[in-house]
Design a protein around this ligand. Sequence first.
Ligand code: GLN
Length: 191
Amino acid sequence: TITAGVIAVQGDVSEHATAVEAAAAAHDQTTEIVEIRDSGRVPDCDVLLVPGGESTTISRLLAEEGIAPEIRDHVAAGKPMLATCAGLIVAARDAGDDRVETLDVLDVAVERNAFGRQKDSFEAPLDVDGLDDPFHAVFIRAPVIEEVGDADVLATWEGRPVAVRDGPVVGTAFHPELTGDHRIHDLAFFE
Ligand code: GLN
């Protein structure tokens, strides 16, 4: 059994839980989902998910509840984490916004709501490194990844990185949990 922690201080939780369960099942593994709102639970988790939502709120609550240092320890121990949209912003080195206290576990600099200024939301078929067929990606007021440091770009859209990997951490500017396709969760946790 894989213990999967979904950060649930704010943001979309249940779709991620479903996607991890599906990815685990494809590897003949069962899943125990832990919704994380307090400190003391992250250390029990094999994998972590930081969902989309509102990055200023998520980062504030992670700091207030003492969850942020536990997430840093999880990543430092080499355990997998998937951070999507607002989660990517929170995980980044630099969020370009003083109201976001980043975890600094993913070596990228982002700009919030930067795709969103052109268009609030859009969908795109992405070629993702490690996936055989395009992934249908849903972007909702998505961050732009402005700068990639010591991390690998897994996918780009219109010349901009939209999925990156930095060791055990995978970050996406889009929402991989919304389409019933669990291949990004698979890539993050089981590859
Ligand atoms: N715009 C949000 C933020 O900056 C992220 C949007 C999302 O997670 N869908 O926090």
